[in-house]
Design a protein around this ligand. Structure first.
Ligand code: NIG
Ligand code: FE
Length: 410
């Protein structure tokens, strides 16, 4: 039996409780509590309310200094933070006018990261991944998804997924691994793209599932990656094996969205190349659209049509896509705030996209809002008005943070 610890007082607390999964949100949905306190029982939230009303229930008080605004820890549902090497050279080529495919043909791109990642040992990869996760944690991300996809053969993919698990023991953030063995067809695979996917279904995925390395499968559908027909077949096979499905969809070319809907994927991520029809298809489904503004910024590409998606009735999640190629920044709050300014998202829509709605895209029902029974993951910004959080466009990070009820910052 844990003691009940009251943390506070906070000038404001955003509970993000009771926010619907889909559709536009006005800021009055945020559930702001003034002069708030949060009562913690071990790793879980016992109660949230005013500091004064909760005081009588507490056996211990953790007082905070200064004016702070509290919100749930952010959840980043799409990252590729397990990698070795740098792609600064790709970035320079891109600034000189080369596109993503040309850079790949010139020896850069995903394949160059595969080469470096294959050469790197599992423990070193775990340390790199944990370092990336710790950077995100300090920026307020308490749970993050991490994809494989730079191994692209059985040993390489298993090594990455094991490194991600090992990194989860090093960092205090929670990591959710996803198998992206279907990132691109590896250059050294002697066969067609379809044959590579067959090889993956037969030789990689069963071990991923039985070894509990991941229960999520992702595929990159695009020019230079996998086509729709092969991907459809692959995703159905992965579902048969028991995996949740996600799709890198509509980054440069269309088609991925309809595929994601047809196979009942949990989310369709990227969506920079969406037509009206794709928006309608998503709106008629339960697939969660995930916008990746970090990839738009890294590539100098348009943002996903977040405003139109919400107005058509879909959900909206924002993730960083942090990876060495298309999204090298790795600052989720800044990316979400900037995309929100361009796309005219309300503060409630952007904050929900980072918390309560993001939890649904990872099927995590125990986080993303501050309410009794939820995991005690929360972050506090140095301000007395929640609007300062996005107004500062990522320039103001959280000053104090708790993960599973314990302080990890401040
Ligand atoms: O989500 N588009 C495919 N995959 C990644 C990029 C990975 C890389 O360039 O290394 C993305 O943008
Ligand atoms: Fe990605």
């Amino acid at each position: 039996m844990h003691k009940l610890k009251l943390i506070g007082p906070f000038a404001q607390a955003l509970t993000m409780d009771g926010i619907p999964l889909k559709g536009p949100l006005s800021d009055d949905r945020l559930g702001v509590i003034h002069n708030a306190g949060i009562l913690v029982n071990g790793i879980a939230i016992e109660a949230i309310g005013t500091f004064r009303e909760l005081k009588s229930l507490a056996s211990e008080v953790e007082q905070v200094e200064g004016e702070l605004t509290l919100m749930p820890g952010m959840i980043d549902v799409h990252t590729h933070i397990c990698w070795a090497g740098s792609r600064a050279g790709d970035y320079a080529m891109r600034l000189s006018g080369k596109n993503y495919l040309e850079i790949a043909q010139l020896g850069g791109g995903i394949w160059s990261t595969v080469t470096r990642t294959r050469e790197t040992g599992q423990e070193d990869l775990a340390l790199i991944t944990a370092k990336h996760a710790d950077k995100m944690l300090q920026q307020g991300v308490t749970t993050l998804e991490v994809k494989s996809g730079y191994g692209l053969h059985a040993e390489g993919e298993w090594k990455m997924l094991k490194a991600i698990h090992r990194a989860g023991e090093i960092t205090r953030a929670d990591l959710v691994p996803t198998c992206l063995a279907a990132h691109i067809k590896p250059k050294d695979f002697a066969g067609s793209a379809r044959e590579y996917l067959e090889y993956t279904v037969k030789n990689i995925l069963p071990v991923v599932m039985s070894g509990k390395l991941s229960n999520r499968v992702d595929i990159y559908v695009d020019e230079g990656a996998f086509d729709l027909q092969d991907a459809f077949h692959y995703l159905n096979e992965a579902r048969e094996l028991g995996f949740d499905l996600v799709v890198h969809a509509n980054q440069f070319t269309r088609g991925g969205v309809s595929l994601a809907v047809r196979v009942g994927a949990l989310s369709a991520d990227h969506l920079e190349a969406c037509a009206e029809e794709d928006i309608h298809v998503l709106a008629a489904s339960d697939v969660i659209p995930v916008a990746l503004p970090g990839a738009s910024m890294g590539l100098g590409a348009p943002f996903a049509p977040a405003r139109k998606l919400l107005d058509s009735g879909t959900s909206l999640v924002v993730a960083s896509d942090w990876n060495p190629g298309s999204a090298p920044m790795g600052n989720l709050l800044m990316q979400a705030a900037v995309m929100g300014a361009y796309e005219k998202l309300t503060m409630a829509e952007t904050l929900a996209a980072l918390t309560s709605r993001a939890s649904a895209a990872l099927r995590l029902s125990d986080r993303g809002a501050l309410r009794p029974g939820m995991m005690a993951d929360f972050i506090a910004f140095p301000c007395s008005d929640y609007r300062e959080i996005l107004y500062n466009q990522g320039g103001m990070g959280p000053e104090v943070m708790w993960k599973k009820g314990r302080r990890v910052k401040g």
